[in-house]
Design a binder for this molecule. Structure first.
Ligand code: IPE
Ligand code: IPE
Ligand code: MG
Length: 231
């Protein structure tokens, strides 16, 4: 990444990490094998993105619709999440990164939920960098939750008050949303926050999305002209 590009690094990057299943199928393996490879790639990209100056990284790990997959696959995804938050997150926290998990955690197994809540609590003191992971997350449900919170508190519903009641209240909206795996859709990711995000779609499957691929996305972002409705 050139110095010129580094200057334009987006402060908040969202990633829809798609394509693990196809990556495995192409290799004659079970889909769960692809999730293992995808989970290793999370480590690589998290480290790289923060080293390049990204402040907030929002990763879509498990959508509220992903429960509809076969039990074996859901179980493997939960096992990998458990492993990730138990083991890898220690490193992340050591690097002074705050962990936020957005989504409805009440549907998770108690032990996984507790591990996540502990990581979130422990890393709360860090304010410079945020790793925000979507688990059992859906953008529509997030908006409904925000509005219900306002109703419960008897507060007025405004664009600003909704923003302040989303999971991302403390760190805001992604400048860039990357989707790997070739699909050109958001699949319920950060619908409210993404109103003016720049979008980058690549056919590269998530386990193959390496540092050079990340650079390409950042280079594309650096060329964008964000007008926000102006001229
Ligand atoms: C993304 O990869 C990971 C999750 C949704 C958990 P997929 O599992 O959706 O992989 P494809 O899209 O079927 O290849
Ligand atoms: C989006 O991928 C969710 C995650 C990457 C966690 P999906 O594979 O679930 O999306 P669809 O089904 O292709 O829209
Ligand atoms: Mg997919």
């Amino acid at each position: 990444m050139s110095d010129e590009i580094i200057k334009k690094i987006p402060s908040h990057v969202g990633i829809i990490m798609d394509g693990n299943g196809r990556w495995a199928t192409m290799r004659g393996k079970k889909r769960t094998f692809g999730h293992g490879a995808g989970s290793k790639n999370v480590d690589r990209i998290v480290t790289y993105a923060f080293s390049k100056g990204v402040k907030v990284l929002s990763l879509y790990a498990f959508s509220s619709e992903n429960w509809s997959r076969p039990k074996e696959e859901v179980d493997e995804l939960m096992r990998l999440l458990r492993l990730y938050f138990t083991k890898f997150i220690k490193k992340v926290v050591k690097n002074k990164v705050r962990l936020v998990v957005m989504g409805d955690l009440s549907a998770l197994d108690n032990d996984l939920r507790k591990i996540i809540e502990e990581d979130m609590e422990k890393s709360k003191i860090y304010t410079e960098r945020v790793l925000n992971v979507g688990i059992n997350y859906g953008g529509r449900a997030e908006i409904v939750r925000a509005v219900n919170r306002l109703i419960e508190k008897g507060e007025k519903v405004t664009e600003q008050s909704i923003s302040q009641n989303l999971y991302t209240a403390d760190f805001g909206e992604p400048d860039l949303i990357i989707r790997t795996g070739g699909e050109i859709r958001l699949s319920n990711f950060m619908l409210y926050q993404g109103a003016y995000s720049e979008l980058y779609f690549t056919p590269t499957l998530w386990p193959d999305f390496d540092e050079a691929e990340f650079d390409k996305a950042i280079e594309s972002f650096a060329e964008r002209n964000r007008r926000y409705g102006g001229i």
